[in-house]
Design a protein around this ligand. Structure first.
Ligand code: BT5
Length: 253
């Protein structure tokens, strides 16, 4: 069932905070208060913006778009929500600025290997066929190199660094809402193959390419094969095909 019809779009109602610890926490509270699917929380600055695994998301005032959306995907589409959000963000950035962004599995938005943004999906089953999810998207817009903390200066980039123009967070937000409507409806209509095929086309590495993975077993050199139907990474390791979900690419060779 498509959730967002002709008259509705993710991004309404919209809460804008001048300062927040993390938009994820505010959105989670609004979820508990039964705010509708599509509700969005934007902060101009986050004190405790977060990434996956308890990491920090650097969220300086006015430098980026920091947004969380309340969603209630069906349990079967929850696994592909980060992929759908990655496509959403990549297409919104391209529509706004013309810059083509690639996706680095599982949740990075990259340009020539440097990180422009990230996706954080939290939530899980609420006991039935639906899940309660919060989809967080952080995108660097106006950072000069000197605005990044030293530990990410060599890893990160911003739309300003790529275009030499400054960008308004809410302009990108509008594009995000429109693209999220498309990709979220695709998920909820069960068009998983379309989501995977589009994600595959945007990947920052190709089949046959060697990767170094950080897994629960430690670091593993692997050869990328494909994306698996639930969004996992299908690779060859020591002549064997394996699928990884909770791991991370440390290096693309
Ligand atoms: C992510 O995690 O990339 C998910 C980031 C999600 C941020 C959004 S902002 C709105 C919403 N509210 C939140 O509190 N969070 C979400 P991960 O893949 O774990 O990447 C985190 C790592 O990226 C850090 O350990 C740094 O190395 C690097 N990093 C931190 N801030 C960055 C930035 N602004 N640009 C590029 N890299 C950054």
């Amino acid at each position: 069932m498509p959730v967002f019809d002709r008259d509705s779009c993710p991004g309404y109602p919209l809460f804008i905070f001048s300062l927040a610890f993390s938009t994820m926490d505010i959105a989670r509270r609004l979820t508990a208060l039964n705010f509708p699917e599509g509700t969005a929380v934007v902060a101009e600055e986050q004190i405790a913006g977060r990434g996956t695994k308890g990491r920090t998301w650097h969220s300086a005032r006015g430098k980026g778009l920091y947004v969380s959306f309340i969603l209630r995907p069906s349990a079967s589409s929850f696994n592909l929500l980060p992929a759908a959000c990655g496509l959403t963000a990549a297409e919104a950035i391209e529509e706004l600025s013309g810059v083509r962004i690639q996706l680095k599995w599982p949740n990075d938005l990259v340009y020539q290997g440097k990180k422009l943004g990230g996706i954080l999906c939290e939530g899980g089953s609420a006991g039935g066929r639906q899940t309660r999810a919060v989809a967080g998207i952080g995108i660097n817009l106006n950072h000069r190199l000197s605005d990044f903390p030293p530990e990410i200066k060599n890893l990160a980039t911003s739309l300003f660094l790529l275009t030499e123009k400054t960008w308004k967070p809410l302009d990108l937000f509008r594009h995000l809402g429109l693209r999220l409507k498309v990709w979220y409806n695709n998920l909820e209509k069960g068009h998983f193959d379309l989501v995977l095929a589009s994600y595959r086309k945007r990947l920052s590495f190709k089949a046959g390419q060697k990767l170094l993975l950080q897994t629960v077993e430690g670091q593993l050199p692997v050869e990328f094969q494909d994306l698996e139907e639930r969004g996992g990474l299908k690779v060859r390791v020591d002549g064997e095909t394996r699928i990884f979900h909770a791991s991370e690419i440390i290096k693309v060779f």
